[in-house]
Design a protein around this ligand. Structure first.
Ligand code: ADP
Ligand code: MG
Length: 235
């Protein structure tokens, strides 16, 4: 996927200033940056939940900017559990497939596979409020993968969870991401999370990507004082 000159402002306030980013197929890129720097806005623009003011988003060399969210083949998981409270776990996972007209049989098969993958097979008939936060996020992940998106967007999916659960789920997400070889953008404001999880880190500040590289590169060769401070505060 390629982002080209993405621009967005709310009122007179610029929030994204010409963001450019190339992501290889199967790569996990972390968008790291302080609160308010535009990470969520960028993901929402990619998913089609927010309109851009300018720029292009190429997926398989096709510009998807004018496609509605459902036609973009992009899955998204949010910070807070956005499961449908009145649907069971399996119904949540199957929801997107149902909307796209998949048969009941196909839906059941897919949700059973995904439930096994996230190790929640025995919870298929439970309701979201009967699950822990970590379990709900695993279901949210399964739900977003059910329709086989080409790109997965994860907006601070771990930040509402306890430290221990967060670490476990972090490695689970990485395993699943690798298993599906799915192109992923992972948003976080947590340096440690970014350093341990990603193939590449993009550090954002005030609506721009200020430096990108491997976690080691950003840590050992920061190009600006901001990068040094932000990466150095890791520990
Ligand atoms: P991050 O996810 O990096 O914390 P956001 O993308 O949520 O940052 O927000 C970036 C900036 O845009 C912030 O200053 C925020 O207040 C502003 N913003 C986000 N959404 C809206 C909106 N719907 N209307 C007005 N301002 C917004
Ligand atoms: Mg955010």
């Amino acid at each position: 996927m390629r982002l080209e000159s993405i621009r967005k402002q709310f009122g007179d306030t610029p929030v994204l200033n010409n963001v450019n980013l190339d992501i290889r197929e199967g790569e996990l890129v972390t968008l790291l940056g302080p609160s308010g720097c535009g990470k969520s806005t960028l993901l929402r623009c990619i998913a089609g939940l927010t309109d851009l003011d300018g720029g292009h988003i190429f997926l398989d060399s096709k510009d998807i900017v004018n496609l509605p969210p459902r036609s973009r083949e992009i899955g998204m998981v949010f910070q807070s559990y956005a499961l449908f409270p009145n649907l069971s776990v399996s119904e949540n996972i199957e929801y997107g497939m149902k909307m796209r007209g998949a048969s009941k049989e196909a839906r059941r098969k897919r949700s059973a596979e995904l439930l096994e993958l996230i190790d929640l097979g025995e919870k298929r008939d439970a309701y979201p409020q009967q699950l822990s936060g970590g379990q709900q996020q695993r279901v949210a992940l399964a739900r977003s993968l059910a329709v086989k998106p080409k790109v997965l967007l994860l907006d601070e999916p771990l930040s509402a969870l306890d430290a221990k659960i967060r670490k476990n789920l972090r490695s689970e997400i990485r395993e699943i991401q690798k298993k599906f070889n799915i192109t992923t953008i992972f948003v976080t404001h947590d340096q440690e999370e970014a350093l341990t999880l990603s193939d590449r880190v993009c550090l954002m500040n005030k609506g721009s990507i200020v430096q990108q590289g491997t976690p080691e590169e950003l840590y050992t060769t920061p190009r600006t004082e901001f990068v040094a401070q932000f990466m150095g505060s890791y520990n």
